[in-house]
Design a protein around this ligand. Structure first.
Ligand code: NBP
Length: 468
């Protein structure tokens, strides 16, 4: 038998995506250099039309031509190693798909190298983790549109569905898909940091127990904040510890790790001059969290106010302010990410349709949220929207929540709770809505010490002054 689709790398993502394809009636073949992962696949795939091998040549020969082969191996060197091993076995017209979290510039390079050899190449971001891959991920394909058409039926079948629409669509040439996936992860970093700050306010500021935190997040998940990340957060507070009394969350070390996609997003923002303060601070906060030993030592030296708000009045009113602040700031995180996509699209010629991007994020992926419906509509109404914050309906939503945001940030800052991402969101909003910022002074200083010149508000031209 010849198989319709091949997968290289039967780890968490590859194995589950392949099983998902088999469930949808596609005949598929999987390859992994370590035979134990092939054996795992065979066990899980019992009764399905799935072939598995740890012999790359046999794998390639089992595929229908032109072949469609996806790689789900660790991003970086492994992708190049696998491609190099595979290339001599391929024929012109075959299609290689990189489904990992590859850096967009690597995808541009691989696109050129493979296209020159007559091999089609797609860089596809896949989000949704293990269960997304198994039961319906959000997929962000970029590369040759003609090549995408070949795998479109498979991708549309296996992707998550929202209102019967698949959470996958062709996004643009070359690295468009991987760039969009990178920004997806950057927004994910931002929202996770915002949720952790809200948790800190509710726990240390207001004094809620894990059961109360569960109830609050569960309620939030029934309204405008409804999203995958809020949903899993609510559940996390209930997870008992297996070794000791109490909840697991309280025994987990407060040192956050990262694999780099958030950092890349921030770096890309810097490269293109796009302000991504919420995402930047989310990346920085993970670094700060990792300085555990230093923080423990510093806690003995540096003092500040007591973290509790000492509320005498209505606790629920403050909880509602936290909810509003979180929603306000979450909109800011999406606004910053979408802004980067807009500028990247113009710079790299991706020709992204931002309503499509928001639409395929509504299901399957980690940042799926009810809010993405409003974001999709905002870009449908105005594809050239400069910033989500100025979409009339989102502007109204944000305006309605700014008072709560200011109040709760005031409480948090007075109590000495670190709220860098929530503060960054408010500062971003305040700066973006300010028609005259104090940056005239920076220009004056630059011209004063370095003759860097300045422009004037009343006359066109470039000026330099001999400062007294
Ligand atoms: P895993 O670590 O579960 O699997 C990695 C696979 O890559 C293994 O099958 C491994 O084979 C294979 N591999 C490596 Br590493 N080097 C290889 C080489 N030189 N030749 C052949 N095979 C090689 O990773 P994963 O979680 O499935 O992630 C795969 C990609 O998907 C990554 O880019 C990741 O960032 C991305 N991603 C992951 C998630 C998630 O939630 N896990 C979500 C979205 C995207 P071996 O068994 O022989 O070592």
């Amino acid at each position: 038998q010849q198989y319709e689709f091949g997968m290289i790398g039967l780890g968490v993502m590859g194995r589950n995506l392949l099983l998902n394809m088999a469930d949808h009636g596609f005949s598929v073949a999987g390859y992994n250099r370590d035979p134990s992962k092939v054996a795992d696949l065979k066990t899980e795939a019992a009764g399905k039309n799935v072939f598995g091998t740890s012999d790359l040549k046999e794998f390639v020969l089992k595929l229908k031509r032109p072949r469609a082969i996806m790689l789900l191996v660790t991003a970086g060197k492994a992708v190049d190693m696998v491609i190099n091993e595979l290339l001599p076995m391929l024929q012109p017209g075959d299609l290689v798909i990189d489904g990992g979290n590859s850096y967009y510039a690597d995808t541009d390079r691989r696109t050129q190298e493979l296209t020159a050899k007559g091999i089609h190449f797609l860089g596809v971001g896949v989000s949704g983790g293990e269960s997304g891959a198994r039961f319906g991920p959000s997929m962000m394909p970029g590369g040759s549109e003609q090549a995408y058409e070949v795998v479109r039926p498979i991708f549309e079948s296996i992707a998550a569905k929202v209102n019967n629409e698949p959470c996958v669509t062709y996004l643009g040439p070359s690295s468009a898909g991987h760039y969009v996936k990178m920004v997806h992860n950057g927004i994910e970093y931002g929202i996770m940091q915002l949720i952790s700050e809200a948790y800190d306010i509710l726990k240390r500021g207001i004094g809620l127990s894990n059961d109360e935190l569960h109830t609050v997040f569960k309620e939030w998940n029934n309204a405008e904040l409804k999203s995958f990340l809020i949903e899993i957060t609510a559940n996390i507070f209930l997870q008992p510890d297996e070794q000791k009394e109490g909840r697991l969350v309280d025994y987990i070390l407060d040192s956050a790790k990262q694999k780099g996609t958030g950092k890349w997003t921030s770096q890309c923002g810097m490269d293109l001059g796009v302000p991504l303060s919420i995402i930047d601070v989310a990346v920085t906060s993970r670094y700060l969290s990792a300085l555990k030993q230093e923080r423990v030592a510093a806690a003995k030296t540096l003092s500040g106010p007591k973290s509790s708000f000492n509320l005498s009045g209505d606790k629920q009113a403050v909880i509602n302010q936290v909810k509003d602040a979180l929603y306000f700031a979450t909109i800011g995180a999406y606004a910053q990410g979408m802004h980067l996509l807009k500028v990247a699209s113009d710079t790299y010629g991706y020709n992204l349709k931002l309503d499509d991007v928001a639409r395929i994020w509504r299901g399957g992926c980690i940042i799926r949220a009810t809010l993405l419906e409003d974001i999709t509509n905002a870009y449908k109404k105005n594809p050239d929207l400069a910033n989500l914050l100025v979409d009339p309906s989102l502007a109204a939503v944000v305006a309605g929540r700014q008072d709560s945001t200011r109040k709760v940030l005031g409480l948090a800052i007075t109590a000495g709770l670190p709220v860098p991402a929530l503060s960054a969101a408010l500062a971003y909003f305040d700066a973006y809505r300010t028609d005259r910022l104090p940056s005239n002074l920076i220009q004056a200083q630059r011209d004063n010490f370095g003759a860097h010149t300045y422009e004037r508000i009343d006359t066109e031209g470039i000026f330099h002054t001999h400062w007294q």
